[in-house]
Design a protein around this ligand. Structure first.
Ligand SMILES: [Zn+2]
Length: 407
């Protein structure tokens, strides 16, 4: 019989594993569909409801890509509770607002006293007719915060100390998310074109020559929402823009560009058209995601140069994740991964029950069978082996939990 002590120790091991996994990548790029008033990401999609579902899946995949590579830790933003004076009827209240371009209308809008979770980066997504050749737009948001006193302005010294501490903490969360330097924010907004355009929404297949690839545009606009190309005085981006000769001089970007400053397009918010790099985490050459345009029928991934600029403006990035479900990390989700799972791991690129080898890992692998490195695209090929039964499951906390239940 396990003692209470041994149970506790096992639980502690589980917690340590979970905490460690959570730290591997901290930022959660959270897509908020509140302003998708036309239901572009659902039944109102101009290409039909099924296309709307695919659009949402593709945008979530693009957001998840950034969640997997951004490793900063951001404070939560929560409007403090009102603070009553201990010596009068005075009351201090705080407020803040997010301001951003409403993706459905293109006009500035604001949300008052939203709660933003720790490490969450909120991106409001929607769609409207953007006109011309514009496939999408995106940008980071603005903010304001305030402190107001109502009633008598009489407070004890202890009240005043507390109020200052609350204000400082609130200001720190709203303005910098607790970061000491570089770009940090509550979030931003992105919009996709609904006018005369045929989108390719399925992010697991390649676009036809006549189609605009939605996943590629989502990666591009999310980058803008994360601060890439945010022109304006004093922005983290502008620090590294040499407007005199239209180049970007951030040290990481220069290093990724063979030591040379990187030419920018005339808007100073993109790389010059045709700038090439390599798909981030691979040696595959590709036009940068953050040049100003994309050809129909083309899929573009985030590149090493794009990632370098994100580092320059203050983001901490990890190397891109391997292919989810590629348990032996050979670049493909294939039968060898199944064999490794059967033998109890250890598993690289796990997507379910992290750190534990169990049936959820089999399901995750089967769903991704045939997926390849560097693409995020899945092309299933061949038969998928079935598991021989639950009895093979080995190792980890899952088994310990089962044992306790049995006894
Ligand atoms: Zn752009």
């Amino acid at each position: 019989m396990p003692t209470l002590l041994s149970k506790s120790r096992s639980l502690l091991v589980c917690l340590i594993v979970l905490v460690w996994m959570a730290r591997a990548s901290a930022i959660n790029v959270y897509v908020d569909y509140t302003y998708d008033t036309s239901q572009f990401f659902g039944t109102g999609n101009p290409q039909g409801g099924a296309a709307g579902v695919q659009a949402k899946a593709a945008l979530e995949a693009a957001a998840n890509y950034f969640s997997a590579i951004l490793t900063d830790s951001f404070l939560a933003i929560q409007t403090p509770s009102p603070y009553p004076s201990s010596v009068s009827n005075g009351l201090v209240t705080w407020s803040w607002n997010e301001s951003f371009t409403n993706p459905a209308s293109g006009t500035m809008t604001s949300v008052i006293d939203a709660t933003v979770q720790a490490n969450q980066y909120v991106v409001y997504a929607g769609a409207r007719g953007l006109g011309g050749a514009t496939a999408g737009v995106g940008g980071s948001g603005g903010y304001n915060w305030s402190r107001t006193i109502s009633g008598e302005n009489t407070f004890s010294q202890s009240d005043i100390d507390n109020i200052h501490a609350i204000s400082d903490s609130f200001e720190n969360a709203v303005e910098t998310r607790g970061q000491t330097s570089g770009f940090s924010r509550w979030g931003g907004s992105i919009a996709f074109d609904t006018s005369d355009r045929t989108w390719h929404f399925n992010h697991t297949t390649a676009p036809l020559a006549s189609e605009s690839d939605f996943y590629s545009v989502a990666i591009h606009e999310l980058s803008h929402a994360l601060g890439f190309g945010q022109v304006g005085s004093g922005t983290a981006w502008n620090v590294y823009v040499n407007a005199g000769n239209s180049t970007f001089i951030g040290p990481y970007a220069r290093a990724a560009n063979g030591g040379a400053s990187v030419p920018l397009s005339t808007d100073l918010a993109h790389w010059a058209a045709g700038t090439t790099s390599t798909v981030y985490g691979s040696a595959t050459s590709q036009e940068a995601a953050m040049d100003p345009d994309i050809l129909n029928g083309t899929r573009k991934f985030f590149t090493t140069l794009d990632a370098a600029a994100m580092r320059d403006i203050g983001w901490e990035l990890t190397t891109p994740p391997g292919v989810p479900g590629d348990y032996n990390n050979n670049g493909a989700v294939d039968a060898a991964d199944y064999a490794l799972w059967r033998h109890g791991g250890p598993l690289a690129n796990e997507v379910a029950s992290l750190g534990i080898v169990n049936s959820a890992d089999f399901t995750a692998w089967r769903e991704r069978f045939g997926n390849l490195a560097g693409s995020g695209m899945g092309f299933a090929s061949g038969a998928v082996p079935e598991p021989a039964g639950a009895g093979m499951l080995v190792g980890g906390c899952w088994v310990l939990v089962r044992r306790w239940r049995r006894r």
